[in-house]
Design a protein around this ligand. Structure first.
Ligand SMILES: Cc1cc2nc3c(=O)[nH]c(=O)nc-3n(C[C@H](O)[C@H](O)[C@H](O)COP(=O)(O)OP(=O)(O)OC[C@H]3O[C@@H](n4cnc5c(N)ncnc54)[C@H](O)[C@@H]3O)c2cc1C
Ligand SMILES: *[C@@H]1O[C@H](CO)[C@@H](O)[C@H](O)[C@H]1NC(C)=O
Ligand SMILES: *[C@@H]1O[C@H](CO)[C@@H](O)[C@H](O)[C@H]1NC(C)=O
Ligand SMILES: *[C@@H]1O[C@H](CO)[C@@H](O)[C@H](O)[C@H]1NC(C)=O
Ligand SMILES: *[C@@H]1O[C@H](CO)[C@@H](O)[C@H](O)[C@H]1NC(C)=O
Length: 557
């Protein structure tokens, strides 16, 4: 790091206590550069938040001239966290997203990273099978379809939307743009970097949006309740498994911001693996952090062990490494990390960590992926056999179902969405279901029209379901209205990314929090560096002037 104070003084070559001196010429000016000690940073979690923290930490540190050694701990055997793929038929040529699948054009961090790692993105619309005459999307309430959007001819769809819902779609779109516009200021100075999420949300007027439920927010903005329940709620259900009377206004608006929806071909996790690679971070896969302990000297001991050993032998084979800073990049409540301040046992200092994140309720989402040669079976959705079902079936509640505030408010529909993703190499349909409860084979049979003892179906006898994969996620928090958010700085040099999830839970926002923390970490180094140098310089001045160490002497007074 280059400290101009020395250039101004122009008389000494000093280093910090822990620094080595190094004089070099820059732009013709004699500038003293202080090569600082390498900072050791541990990042716990290789999802969007941790990968982005590593990537941006490397970039910001390089710009500031700081040396940093980054170590990423990840208990899974893969990079990506909730952004990960599985292989259809176990075939590596057939990856399919198991978690986060979509991001959008305004997700600057993901879009830029995908571009710089040369990853190709699919537009989501084109990725869908344009099969024959089926509609693009329908909203089912367990009894009938309340809305159907036909294929590619969007002009007719918009006309139809306006005819059915009046100005509500346009109002919603404008409201979404205004709200998202405020959010986008979080990327730029003077707001970026933000030391407090609560504060920046307040400053940008977003607290008013998170304080209301989606239902209230839409109503306050004169958006027709029928449009809210049939369209907006279908979107909050497929994206967050929550209804409008529960989920807050900001997350509701995020669900409507679908312009330029895309995903990375082969898997979004490649963005995060690219970030960790570009960060030249040391990655410890299959490694669970079991404890983070603050040391007397302000550093942190990170205790870890092989993920497979955690349950077998809770105390044996623990590796200990020491870091100057630690970034916890995953929900603390699911991390099984014991955070300890060893000084709290000390008489001198009884202060535990300044902040410890609260546990908050998360959605338990069941994801069911499966393949079948059958298209969805219209009679299972009260449709005539000759009327193909929409490629994507979203759901909403029936008007008399007052389940909106229930965490499991799935209602008569029984699931949140069924998407026909694509045709596989074998020419079969690949489907994905989101539901709050397990989806059994009998349900899969029913919706694909296979009934083992009915002979009416042409394919009777052949297995209806050729491949299936089930996963239960703690997918995202229940986005209850709130006006304050978890601190991102838990203590000196201890940081936390996941507080952003109760504000907005997406890959991009986790990545934004990782970037924000990286900026704050490097800013602190720079500040401390110049403070330290200033003090050292002053001390030498004192000595030179024979002032002893009297504070009455020297530059400041
Ligand atoms: C089914 C589903 C669909 C979704 N759809 C979308 C979507 O379409 N678009 C979108 O943007 N978002 C979507 N999301 C949300 C998105 O996945 C998350 O918001 C985002 O991926 C969170 O990233 P993160 O890095 O904050 O957390 P995570 O991805 O959870 O990463 C945290 C990491 O920390 C690791 N870890 C935890 N504890 C330890 C420990 N003690 N030691 C070592 N490692 C540890 C975990 O293994 C994990 O890899 C979806 C989520 C799910 C589940
Ligand atoms: C970086 O830190 C890790 C973890 O402490 C250590 O194993 C590694 O040797 C360090 N790398 C360098 C280049 O100092
Ligand atoms: C992690 O563990 C899995 C098995 O769970 C193993 O296949 C893989 O090779 C391990 N990876 C690393 C990097 O240790
Ligand atoms: C991406 O592609 C460009 C042009 O083809 C190339 O110059 C660049 O090195 C590639 N970057 C990566 C990360 O592969
Ligand atoms: C300051 O001076 C006092 C006595 O004059 C001495 O005991 C002390 O060690 C000095 N402190 C420093 C930091 O030099």
């Amino acid at each position: 790091m280059r400290l101009n104070i020395f250039a101004v003084a122009g008389l000494c070559s000093v280093g910090l206590a822990k620094a080595s001196d190094d004089r070099n010429l820059r732009g013709g000016q004699d500038v003293l550069s202080v090569e600082t000690e390498t900072k050791r940073v541990a990042i716990i979690g290789a999802g969007a938040g941790g990968s982005s923290a590593a990537y941006h930490l490397r970039q910001y540190a390089a710009k500031a001239g700081s040396n940093v050694n980054i170590t990423v701990y990840e208990r899974n055997p893969y990079i990506g966290g909730r952004s990960t793929t599985v292989n259809v038929y176990d075939d590596p040529n057939e990856p399919v997203e198991l978690g986060a699948s979509i991001f959008v054009k305004i997700n600057k961090i993901l879009v830029d990273a995908a571009e710089s790692f040369n990853l190709s993105t699919n537009s989501i619309r084109n990725a869908r099978p344009r099969s024959e005459n089926s509609d693009a999307l329908g909203v089912w309430n367990g009894a009938h379809f309340v809305f159907i959007q036909s294929g590619s001819n969007s002009w007719w769809d918009i006309a139809k939307l306006l005819w059915k819902y009046g100005l509500a779609p346009i109002r919603t779109n404008n409201l979404m743009k205004r709200t998202v516009g405020k959010f986008l200021q979080m990327y730029e100075a003077p707001h970026f970097p933000w030391p407090s999420l609560s504060q920046v949300a307040f400053d940008l007027g977003l607290t008013a949006v998170t304080a209301a439920t989606g239902k209230q927010y839409l109503k306050e903005n004169n958006i027709d309740s029928r449009f809210a329940e049939e369209i907006v709620q279908a979107s909050t259900r497929v994206n967050y498994a929550q209804n409008l009377p529960l989920i807050h206004g900001l997350e509701t608006m995020v669900c409507m911001a679908t312009d330029g929806a895309m995903s990375v071909e082969g898997g979004n996790w490649q963005i995060f693996s690219g970030m960790i690679g570009a960060a030249s971070a040391g990655v410890r896969l299959n490694t669970s952090v079991v404890a983070v302990e603050k040391q007397r000297d302000g550093t942190y001991a990170v205790l870890s062990k092989l993920a497979s050993a955690v349950e077998v032998s809770p105390t044996d084979n623990t590796a200990v490494e020491v870091f100057d800073s630690v970034i916890i990049a995953g929900p603390l409540q699911f991390s099984n990390i014991k955070i300890a301040d060893i000084e709290s046992a000390d008489v001198e200092s009884t202060s535990p960590l300044r902040h410890l994140p609260d546990a908050i309720p998360y959605v338990q989402l069941h994801v069911t992926l499966f393949t079948s040669k059958h298209p969805l079976y219209p009679p299972a959705f009260n449709q005539p056999l000759d009327k193909p079902l929409p490629n994507t079936i979203l759901t909403t509640l029936q008007p008399h179902e007052h389940l909106g505030t229930n965490p499991d408010g799935v209602g008569a529909a029984g699931f949140f969405s069924i998407s026909t993703l694509r045709k596989t190499s074998k020419g079969e349909f690949l489907y994905k279901i989101f539901s709050p409860r397990p989806v059994h084979d009998s349900f899969l049979h029913r919706i694909t029209g296979y009934t083992p003892d009915e002979s009416t179906l042409e394919n009777t006898g052949s297995p209806a379901i050729t491949w299936a994969y089930r996963k239960v996620w703690h997918s995202y928090p229940y986005e209850y209205p709130r006006v304050t958010f978890e601190e991102l700085k838990l203590d000196e040099n201890l940081w936390y990314t996941s507080g952003i999830e109760s504000f907005i839970s997406t890959m991009e926002t986790s990545a934004l929090m990782g970037k924000n923390i990286a900026r704050l970490v490097v800013n602190e180094w720079v500040e401390k560096e110049s403070q330290g140098s200033m003090e050292l310089w002053e001390r030498r001045q004192h000595r030179r002037m024979n002032c002893g160490n009297s504070t009455r002497c020297g530059m400041r007074n």
